[in-house]
Ligand binder design. Sequence first.
Ligand SMILES: Cc1cc2nc3c(=O)[nH]c(=O)nc-3n(C[C@H](O)[C@H](O)[C@H](O)COP(=O)(O)OP(=O)(O)OC[C@H]3O[C@@H](n4cnc5c(N)ncnc54)[C@H](O)[C@@H]3O)c2cc1C
Length: 380
Amino acid sequence: MEFSPTENQELIAQTVRDFAQRSIRPQFMEWDEAQIFPVDVFKQLGELGLMGVLVPEQYGGAGLGYFEYVTAIQELARVCGSVGLSMAAHNSLCTGHILMFGNEDQKKRYLPKLASAEWIGAWGLTEANTGSDAMRMRCVARQDGDHWILNGAKNWITHGISGDVAVVLARTGELLDSHGITAFIVERGTPGFKAGKKENKLGMRASETAEMIFEDCRIHKDQILGKVGDGFVQAMKILDGGRISIAALSLGIAKGALDASLKYAQERQQFGQPISNFQAISFKLADMATQIEAAELLTMQAADLKNRGQKVTRQSAFAKYYASEVAVRCSTEAVQIFGGYGYTKDFPVEKFYRDSKLCTIGEGTSEIQKMVIARDLLKG
Ligand SMILES: Cc1cc2nc3c(=O)[nH]c(=O)nc-3n(C[C@H](O)[C@H](O)[C@H](O)COP(=O)(O)OP(=O)(O)OC[C@H]3O[C@@H](n4cnc5c(N)ncnc54)[C@H](O)[C@@H]3O)c2cc1C
């Protein structure tokens, strides 16, 4: 595996870094405080090609690979995890599902709009009572001639209110049958589809998370992705790729926490010297840097496999599990290095600390990643 960044990656890193400094840093705390989802920022990311990073150029995307994708999310999350999370959910989940399993008509209709950010995408798997145990979902779709009638609700959905189009997983067969779930494309404005409660969150507050409600919502059979009954297997494949983007999000947060800590530790004086002179502090920095390096290698390994079209289940779980725990550890240590100032909203580490926790929960908790890894190891 080649470790040095490609020319494309360097260009993307610089472009996203400049964009984040110019268009995100001045307002990110305001968005966080008021839970504002900054739609305009995503429109601008669309103009930069970052809302369809993996979408081929023929469908209006940037036609890039996972190395570039990981680079872009990291650079956004280094400044604001919320923007990184929303970009990841839009690209990997909704857009990724249509790209991977859509037919030609579906790709032509949705991908150009999603890649340009004319439309924001959402992806609904989770329900109030079924998170890790998604196969027990209660949202049902019943066939009625050429249509399917959707009833139920999806919870914790990124862009559940602002999403213009959603990929929704619903039960079309027996409970606990892995071939009893189907993926539907549902457009905002379809009668019977409305947004529900917006969550008031600990972190990632500028990334909108809300309920989607379906009441006798009629969906034409042409809106099915792949075949009836394929939805659960599709969703697991989508999460294999999505977890690489959450690893990238985690890395960005961890790097942001380290950047801030390095600067502060050399500026802050106690006992007549910079606190970086104390081994207790410098060893924290060394531990953070070492863990970030290891998390980055795991993430790039998963990205490399994905680029080569190989199975990535175990490696994306390694990357997501490890990088997300590193993000939590690094942001916790960053708050400690900042002391009392780290406990205020005047410095960015407080936000990294709150945002990082989502990474060990979303797209499969750390416990679920360990189950995925163990299952893969034990099947031989
Ligand atoms: C900000 C945010 C954005 C999200 N965006 C989306 C989205 O866009 N689309 C979507 O579909 N979902 C989304 N989710 C949902 C997310 O994927 C779920 O929260 C996650 O999968 C965990 O499910 P849960 O919250 O129901 O926790 P639960 O499944 O109830 O888990 C609770 C605890 O029990 C543990 N646990 C559960 N089962 C086991 C087991 N078998 N063995 C050991 N431990 C276990 C878990 O690890 C966890 O610690 C989002 C969540 C958040 C917070």
